[in-house]
Every structure is written in C-alpha cells, then in structure tokens.
Design a protein around this ligand. Structure first.
Ligand code: P5A
Length: 445
C-alpha cells in the first residue's frame, strides 16, 4: 500500500475523551472512530488488525478440531425464554420489537441459538463430540462503556460451544480450549494467564478467564509470579490426546492465579511472599463447562448406546476479538506509539522515502516495494511529499515492527537502513539484504 493512496486519518492532538493509552493510540492512528457510546467504526488500519486477529483465532480453532459457522446477531426472545435467561439477563440485553410485535434481541452470547441448532439436527451419541464456533458481533448494553474497544457495547467475539456425551468428554473439550487459547494468544505476542474465575451469567463451576497483565486492566488479579515464567512455545500438541491436553492444563493452572471473585487470601498466603503478586489484568477470554444447564431445559438430548435419551454436556468458550486490539496495545507500546507484534501487524514493513522526488530514492523505494510484495509481504510505503520527521512520527505511531529508510546519502554507499520499532536499533544493509532480513523475520510468524 502506498500511503498517498491509503485512508489513514492520523490525529495530531491527543483526544480528550481517551483515558488509556490503547484508546488514545487507536484514535490517533486512525484505526477506529466512535459511532456512538461503545460502538465503533473500524477504519482501514484498525480493520486490518482486527482481521489478522480473527485469522489467528480461526487457524487455532480449526487446528483444535473445532468447526466454523456463522449465526446471526439478532435472535428471537423465545429461545431465551426456554432457557430462563430472557428475564435473568437484565438491562445488559438490548431488546428489540419487530414490526409484527415479536420480541427480538441483539445477541450478547449464543448458548441458546446453538443449542437450538443442535437439538434440531443431532440425535445420536455417534455424532459426538462436536464443537462449533463462530466469530460474530455481540451487543451488551454495558452501563459504562469505556476505554474504547476494551469495554464496548458492540464488540466482536469468538464464541464456541462443545457438545459431549459425558462430563468427562466435556472436560476434555474444556482442556482442549484452554490449550488452544494459550497458543492463540502467544501467536499474537501476548502472555495471557489462565485464572480461576466465576461463572457469572453464563454459569458453570469450571471456568477460567485469560488475563493479560496491564496496569489499566479492569480486573484485580492475584497470582504466583511463577505463572509468568510459563510459555507454550512451539510445542506440538495432539488435541485428541486427552492426557496431553490434561498435562498442559495442569502445568498452566496448578499455580495460584485467580481473579478477585475467586480469590482466597489464606491459600494465597501459602505462596512464598516474594512470589505473591497483586496486579491488574485485561480479560481477553473465558472458558466454561456448565454441564446440562442449557441442554436440559431446552431438550438437547441424544440417544446413548443403551438407547436412553440423555441431555448433552456442554461448555462455551469466548475470545474477545475486538478487545484484543486494546490489550495488545496496552502490552506493547512506548511514548511514540504502538509497537505491533509481528503476528498481528497491519503491514509487515514500512518504507520511508527521505527525499520524495529524487529519482534514485524513488526508484530504490519502488524496487523495495516490489521485492517485499513479491515475497508475499505487505509493505506500507510512505511516498508522501512530507518532511522526514513527519514520516517517522507517523510510522512510530502506527507501530509497524520494521521500517526501511531510504535516502540519497545512503544510496550513494549502496545502503538503506533497517530499523526495529521495538528496540530502535538500525542497521545499514544493501536493499537486497534488507528485504532478505525482513522476509526471514516473517518466515517465523
Ligand atoms: C463464552 C462464549 C461468554 O459470553 N458465552 C459464549 C461465553 N463469555 S464472556 O466471558 O462473557 O465473554 C467472552 C469474552 O468477550 C469479551 N468481552 C468484551 N469485549 C469487549 N467489550 C465488552 N463489553 C465485552 N464483554 C465481554 C471478553 O474478552 C470476554 O472474555
């Protein structure tokens, strides 16, 4: 993409309404624009990152054996009356009446809708296990939407639902989700710690929230600092292997790590004092096992091998896709702007032409642009007729992890400059070597 032809409405001033850094940078970098309270338009740069995050989520879900589909945003109130949640959900649910006077709602979550699909089409235990998921907009009429996409009213969620014959099988689905989430967040450059949590309006005794540590997080968390030493890394996992998934679950959840709802001071105090941490975190996902809470009242049953009709065991699993943009920025920025991890960056590499209009500099930039594009990468070429300082400020703000700077002086010596956004370090390389280096970096992502 050439910046002169892109739509990147960068703001010079810091918007007064933004209280936290991720919100400020998302507005300043022209990623989002508020449409109304807690509802945002995704401008091209923000939309690009949102899609990257979605893709990682899809890839990791499919890897774990889960099946993608798509359910609507608007739902009929009838199903929610069957589960008993229509009244329970309260003011957070946006209720709508259609022209025929029918009660509808904008889905805050999809347990009822998916259970209805299941009961309509699945009758036998032989069709289990089954996990279906989608990535779809949700609406929760939050009393205090704030921090931009962090606590929106309309937000994008990946929500998955497992259907199993037994509690044991459903707990394997739970473990499988936990493992796949660890992998998902790490690919986004995040450390998200699974913490024992509370079921809330979704329900269930088994539930973990995934928290990214950040001072601006809305949740208070208590943990043993040993949990932050863990990393999933590039280990191979067979998601059908019950013992293997169980092993990873135990490794990542056996140390104390809880949200304030489940915090137990006495247990916490058993951790050696130097490892006790009280901090704040951003909840980027939550997984639940809730047994037959929805299948029983809604009649989602299968016939087992003894020809008995039994309700299925279910769980649901959510990732805050749009919230993740905020969480990643909170975890990765400096005073000049965002620092995107390679896995989610909107463009792989910036190209800054220090002297637009100089025949040699223009030609070198064009050939870098072509070489990076041919290698399957997306460069963002700042080809505007602007001062170098302004170009650097824009690149730093929008946070591309790598930048190649091209100027007549370097070109005389046959070099361009490759700069890491994270460390600020620059190296002089021939244009060919700069491209090769960037290609090599992304081969690992
Ligand atoms: C699990 C999937 C559920 O709704 N039902 C289907 C279960 N879980 S949850 O924890 O309530 O939500 C899942 C994740 O969605 C994100 N989230 C939000 N993101 C932005 N703005 C909001 N108002 C908001 N509410 C929830 C969180 O990341 C949460 O973990």
């Amino acid at each position: 993409m050439r910046l002169s032809r892109y739509f990147l409405p960068v703001l010079k001033e810091t918007p007064a309404e933004a209280q936290i850094v991720s919100h400020r940078y998302m507005l300043r970098a022209g990623m989002i624009k508020q449409a109304s309270a807690g509802i945002y338009s995704w401008l091209p740069l923000g939309f690009k990152v949102l899609r990257k995050i979605e893709n990682i989520v899809h890839e990791e879900q499919v890897r774990a054996g889960h099946i993608p589909m798509l359910m609507p945003t608007l739902q009929s109130a009838d199903l929610w009356r069957e589960s008993g949640r229509y009244d329970d959900y309260g003011e957070e649910m946006l209720r709508i009446t259609d022209r025929h006077g029918r009660d509808m709602l904008y889905g805050p979550t999809n347990e009822e809708l998916i259970t209805d699909i299941f009961r309509s089409h699945v009758n036998s235990y032989k069709d289990l296990p089954l996990t279906l998921y989608h990535i779809q907009w949700k609406f929760r009429d939050e009393i205090r939407p704030r921090f931009g996409v962090m606590r929106g009213r309309e937000f994008l969620m990946k929500d998955g639902y497992n259907f199993d014959l037994t509690k044991e099988d459903a707990l394997h689905a739970y473990n499988r989700h936990l493992v796949s989430y660890l992998r998902t967040y790490e690919r986004m450059g995040l450390q998200a710690i699974p913490m024992r949590a509370d079921g809330g309006p979704i329900g269930g005794d088994y539930t973990h929230e995934f928290l990214v540590l950040a001072e601006t997080g809305e949740s208070e968390v208590f943990y043993d600092s040993a949990v932050t030493d863990l990393s999933f890394g590039d280990r191979a996992i067979d998601y059908d292997d019950v013992a293997q998934c169980q092993g990873v679950l135990e490794e990542f959840t056996s140390r104390y790590a809880r949200t304030d709802e489940t915090h137990d001071e006495a247990l916490f105090n058993e951790i050696p004092e130097e490892r006790r941490r009280v901090a704040r975190g951003i909840e980027v996902g939550q997984i639940f096992y809730f047994g037959t809470k929805y299948s029983e009242p809604m009649g989602a049953t299968v016939i087992n091998d003894k020809q008995e009709q039994v309700p299925v065991h279910m769980g649901s699993h959510g990732i805050g896709v749009s919230r993740l943009l905020g969480a990643i920025i909170e975890a990765s920025h400096d005073d000049k702007g965002i620092i995107w991890p390679e896995g989610v960056t909107p463009f792989h590499c910036g190209i800054v032409n220090l002297k637009q209009g100089d025949a040699e500099a223009d030609a070198a930039c064009e050939s870098l642009y072509a070489a990076l594009s041919n290698a399957g990468l997306e460069p963002l070429y700042d080809d505007r007729n602007e001062r170098a300082g302004g170009k650097f400020a824009t690149m730093d703000l929008i946070g591309l992890p790598w930048r190649i700077t091209v100027g007549p002086r370097g070109l005389k010596n046959g070099v361009v400059e490759l700069t890491s956004r994270r460390t600020g370090e620059s190296v002089e390389l021939s244009p060919e070597d700069a491209v090769a280096r960037v290609v090599e970096i992304y081969a690992a992502h």
